[in-house]
Design a protein. Structure first.
Length: 89
């Protein structure tokens, strides 16, 4: 009986972890596509993509366009680096 319970618990845990992985990957795909649009015209694209990705993961949004429009996402707009300057491109 304990073996059946242990197997059932293991299956439940595997299903739960699988669904969580899909959710996190979906969020990453969202950020990748939005940041790709946002950084399309950036001079230093790899840096733009890095910081945009960090901001997107934290805020769950990215302003439209390649520059400006930060009013669309207040969290993204308000993130600052250690020097007090905008963190998000």
């Amino acid at each position: 009986m304990k073996l059946v319970f242990a197997n059932a618990l293991l299956v439940c845990l595997l299903l739960l972890s699988s669904s969580m992985l899909q959710i996190s990957m979906a969020g990453s795909a969202f950020c990748d596509s939005k940041c790709g649009e946002r950084c399309a015209k950036a001079g230093v694209q790899d840096r733009c993509l890095k910081f945009c990705g960090i901001c997107c993961e934290k805020c769950k949004c990215v302003p439209s366009g390649t520059y400006g429009n930060k009013h669309e996402c207040p969290c993204y707009r308000d993130l600052k680096n250690s020097k007090g300057k905008d963190k998000c491109p």
